[in-house]
Design a protein around this ligand. Structure first.
Ligand SMILES: Nc1ncnc2c1ncn2[C@@H]1O[C@H](COP(=O)(O)OP(=O)(O)OP(=O)(O)O)[C@@H](O)[C@H]1O
Ligand SMILES: [Mg+2]
Length: 315
């Protein structure tokens, strides 16, 4: 049985210096013209080298959280720390893959990726920049489209350019907002495996938003569950009870896989994370090993149902 997670910062105001690489303390964010905050009392720490997945309903504020971590927007209350320093601007050490890919439309695939590499490593020679960009474009299987501009690409191809760009700058932190959502099953599968390899090889710190519980269980060390908006916060944290290295298929055989999956699905359905889940093993016998209590010691909030209107982004 896993020990309770103890890495979640207390919702109470604290003056202790941050020890994790990324730390949010009591963060609140309200967009102009909105009566209620999108996020409130949001406190979480992400240690160096950890892969944290963020799961929550549409409109919960996940992209807002990624934008805060990227330094693209600032909180109205609370603090965000990166490596012990207050974070309020973007920086090359934190690369983002946006949900809407955010490519420069007048540049080719190669130029979009190369520009990011040059910005992150200005001293790199032109040849080295090109090689690095080409390596990651090949990794996402876009070598044939290297001279194309974003308008000539499908949505999934654009998403892959965004992934190549983020990987190519070799950042300390990867902030990924549903990076594989538009990909076909095979490409998604391959890129998930690449991400597993890259993270296991480089011990990168990753924060990744996903709606896919299987993806979260494959990739993450911890899964941060967001309550429904408005005024969303953290409803619980699931420590992923699966050993590394992880492989597609293989992890399904682990006795803790399906209980953890059930917990996540039940959270998404009901908004409440059960503290203790016992599930019949795949072969039908009660499996005591499958009994997991993986919640953090923070409270699990009783959640209101998600208000569909509140989840519609104002464009
Ligand atoms: N720039 C903005 N101005 C005003 N409201 C915004 C802005 N960005 C987001 N919102 C609102 O904040 C809420 C959370 O949006 P956000 O995009 O963070 O949700 P999300 O969890 O990423 O949703 P999804 O899963 O659909 O991507 C929504 O109600 C949205 O309409
Ligand atoms: Mg989003």
């Amino acid at each position: 049985m896993n020990a309770p997670v103890s890495t979640l910062a207390s919702p109470a105001v604290t003056v202790a210096p941050p020890t994790a690489l990324l730390e949010l303390r009591n963060v609140e964010k309200t967009f102009p013209g909105r009566a209620k905050p999108v996020l409130t009392q949001l406190s979480v720490s992400i240690p160096e080298g950890q892969f944290a997945a963020i799961i929550g309903c549409s409109g919960a504020g996940k992209t807002t959280l990624i934008s805060l971590l990227a330094g693209l927007i600032t909180p109205d209350r609370g603090e965000i720390f990166f490596a012990g320093q207050l974070l309020n601007t973007p920086g090359p050490e934190r690369a983002v893959v946006f949900q809407n890919y955010s490519l420069l439309p007048w540049l080719t695939v190669l130029e979009n990726v190369s520009l990011a590499v040059t910005a992150a490593a200005p001293r790199l020679s032109r040849q080295a920049v090109r090689e690095q960009a080409e390596y990651f474009i090949d990794l996402v299987k876009l070598s044939a489209a290297i001279k194309k501009r974003p308008r000539e690409l499908s949505a999934g191809m654009r998403q892959r350019v965004g992934i190549a760009r983020a990987f190519a700058v070799e950042p300390q932190v990867l902030l990924l907002d549903e990076p594989f959502s538009l990909l076909d099953a095979l490409t998604r599968f391959e890129l998930q495996e690449q991400l597993v390899h890259i993270c296991e090889r480089t011990q990168k710190t990753v924060v990744m938003v996903t709606h896919d519980v299987d993806e979260a269980l494959l990739l993450a060390d911890r899964i941060v569950l967001m309550t429904n908006g408005p005024a969303a916060t953290i409803g619980g944290i699931l420590q992923v009870p699966l050993p590394r290295p992880r492989q597609h298929g293989k992890i399904l055989e682990h006795p803790a896989y399906y209980p953890a999956r059930d917990q996540l699905l039940s959270f998404l359905e009901s908004g409440v994370l059960s503290l203790d889940t016992t599930r019949k093993g795949q072969k039908g016998k009660e499996d005591e090993d499958a009994k997991i209590t993986t919640l953090s010691p923070v409270d699990v909030y009783e959640l209101s149902r998600w208000d569909a209107d509140a989840g519609v982004r104002a464009e």
